[in-house]
Every structure is written in C-alpha cells, then in structure tokens.
Write a protein that binds this ligand. Structure first.
Ligand code: NAD
Length: 337
C-alpha cells in the first residue's frame, strides 16, 4: 500500500516478534517487512501466524550481508527498527565471534544502507548492559558512561557508538533505546525466566548463578513495545532513550516468585558457580523517557509473570521442540539473563 513502511530486523526473535504484532494491531497505516536470518534464536513458528497478513512480509536474510541489506533497504522505508542481534550473554562468553559479526558489523551494514537510502528514522535497540554494573544507590541515564562487562554488552556498546558517530558525522537520524530485562511470551527457552518456568513445570531444579543476589529490573515485553512505538512515531533523532520497568529485584527473589506461580518449592533452587564478569546490579533512570513520551509501563510484575507462566503452559507446541531439537548447552547453568 502507500502507507508508512517499516523495516524490522530480528523480527522472528522475542522482542521483535512482539513488536511487529503490536505495530500491525495498533497502527493500521503501517506495513512491516521483517528481515531475519532465523538463527537458533529465531523461529519460523514464532511468526507463522502472520503469513498472509496484508501489511506484512518476511525476508530471510543476514544483516551482515552488505549487498543483500543494501538491496532491501533501497526498496524505500520510512523507518528501520533494528533488533537483530546475538542476545545471550552466556553464549558470548563461550564464543564472542558471532556477537562481533552480527551486533557490530551487522549494525554497521544497516546504518550504511540506511544512510545511503536516506531512511528518515533508524532505531537502534540496545540494552542496559552497556553501562556495566551500577553501584547501589546510583542509576544510569542516557548520558552515562559506557562500561560493558561481557562480550555481548561490549558488542552492543560498540554498535551504539557506531550509530552515535553516524548521527554526529552525517546527521544520520538515529535514535538509541536502552531497555532493562524483558519478559513475556515468545522468549527463547534458554533465557532466565523461561528456564525458571519450564524447569518448574517439569519438576526439575532451577539453576541460579552464585548467591543469586544480582539485581535486575524487569519489564513486560508489551510495555517495551509500546515505548518503542511511541519512539518510532515521536522520538527525537539523536537521542538516547532509557526504558525501565521499575521492577528491580534479586534473581533469587524472582526465582521464588516464579516457583510460587509455576508450582514447586524453594528447595528446587540450585546454586551453581557464578558467571565470570557477572554484573551485580543494573538500574536505569528513565525519567526523561517517561516525561517526554508520556509513557509508563502498565503491567505489574506479578500479573505479568502470571500471564507469562500461563503462556508457557499453553504453548508447549512452541518451546518444547526448541529445547529438544538443538542443544542448549547453557541451559544447565543458566541463572541470570
Ligand atoms: P532474540 O535472540 O530473541 O532475537 C534475535 C533475532 O535476531 C532472532 O530472530 C535471530 O534469528 C535474529 N538474528 C540474529 N542474527 C541475525 C543476523 N545476522 N541477521 C538477521 N537476523 C539475525 O533477542 P531479543 O531478546 O528479542 O532481543 C532483541 C534485541 O533487543 C537485541 O538487539 C537485544 O540486544 C535487545 N535487548 C534485549 C533485551 C531482553 O531482555 N531480551 C533487553 C534489552 C535489549
């Protein structure tokens, strides 16, 4: 159609797929092209219900493939929302190469293609991890120093710096968003909350890194998507937006809550050796984002966790084949997102 065309990368993944559904449902003038390589993290089944949607098209492709990316981007898009990434910290510690490739080189390819095609908005989806561990009593805001602790976080910070440099050098109309930990439907079963839920359901033990006192902030993916839609429509180019759920708690307390909801006693929690370079605490100051976008999260943590547990109960067809078909070497010692 002649509406606004948005290119979403990584739209077969957790947040990207939720975001595409959100856009298609809430913004009838937008059409979406989803560029995703379908790595181990991206499932066709996650977006198969969108097949045949009149405002949706799927393209299987690699964001690091310069020629492919240029050809697709030159079709003409009003905006690019860039989710595609290697996203699991444990995997980055075991082998950083694909993180450098996809997260840094991939972002570079997209920025270059978008710049040449004069795309009017580029949204770089980043993470609170780029700030590293935040001392008790402090929080990181949009301008805080980047101080990543693990290869995943470093690759995201590097990509953010490339985007920021394009803004300054070329006036590239990009926005960077940094969000805290997401949870909700369609999250890969290797990630912390899905591990807790699926283990609790199966009657297994719940592995927890170290003392379990690492503090993370949690936001329901739908609240994140609403913030991103607001940023897509009215965010200011050149800005960094921090997005938080203001639900900070220790991993051990989160594990206890999930056990209560999914069934099982706290004795199922098994402390395992801590992850190297494990950040103790993340905390984002999102005051400016809330003020400027007139946005705030609407899903309370308990209600969101309950809904998420119910979703994993009802959607075994989606996650069971994933846990069976490929090796998830990290599931045995997952304990923090
Ligand atoms: P995910 O792993 O669920 O999805 C990533 C998607 O990217 C997958 O569909 C995968 O197939 C695709 N992909 C990977 N490499 C690709 C490549 N070379 N070319 C094209 N597609 C490729 O990740 P997610 O949790 O949905 O995270 C999405 C984005 O949000 C990431 O950039 C991540 O850094 C960021 N983020 C995530 C969280 C969180 O809590 N999950 C928090 C803050 C920021």
């Amino acid at each position: 159609g002649d509406g606004v065309k948005v290119l979403v990368t990584g739209g077969a993944g957790f947040i990207g797929s939720n975001f595409i559904r959100h856009l298609l449902a809430r913004h009838p003038s937008l059409s979406v092209v989803n560029l995703d390589l379908l790595t181990y993290a991206g499932q066709e089944s996650t977006v198969s219900d969108l097949d045949g949607h009149p405002r949706y098209r799927f393209v299987q492709g690699d964001v690091t493939d310069k020629r492919e990316v240029e050809r697709l981007v030159s079709e003409g898009f009003s905006a690019i929302v860039h989710f595609a990434a290697e996203s699991h910290v444990d995997r980055s510690i075991a082998g950083p190469d694909p993180f450098i490739q996809t997260n840094i080189i991939g972002t570079h390819c997209l920025v270059e293609a978008a710049r040449r095609a004069r795309v009017q908005r580029f949204i770089q989806i980043s993470s609170d991890e780029v700030y590293g561990s935040i001392p008790e009593g402090e929080s990181a805001g949009p301008g805080s120093r980047l101080d990543p602790s693990n290869p995943y976080a470093a690759s995201k910070a590097a990509a953010d710096l490339l985007v920021a440099a394009a803004v300054r050098t070329y006036g590239f109309p990009a926005i960077i968003t940094r969000c805290t930990n997401n949870y909700g439907p369609w999250q890969h079963p290797e990630k912390f909350i899905p591990v807790l839920i699926t283990r609790a359901m199966a009657g297994g033990s719940l592995p927890l890194y170290g003392d379990g006192r690492q503090v993370r902030d949690w936001i329901h993916v739908e609240d994140h998507c609403r913030a991103l839609a607001a940023i897509l429509l009215s965010g200011i180019p050149g800005r960094v937006y921090t997005i938080a759920g203001r639900n900070s708690l220790r991993n051990i307390d989160l594990a206890r809550r999930v056990l209560k909801l999914a069934g099982g006693t706290n004795s199922r929690i098994a402390h395992v050796e801590d992850r190297p370079g494990h950040d103790r605490r993340y905390d984002l100051d999102d005051a400016a984002t809330r003020r400027e976008l007139d946005w705030r999260p609407s899903v309370p943590l308990d209600a969101g966790l309950e809904q998420t547990v119910a979703w994993y109960r009802e959607n075994r067809w989606w996650w069971e084949p994933i846990t069976k078909s490929e090796s998830i070497p990290f599931q045995a010692r997952v304990g923090s997102p």
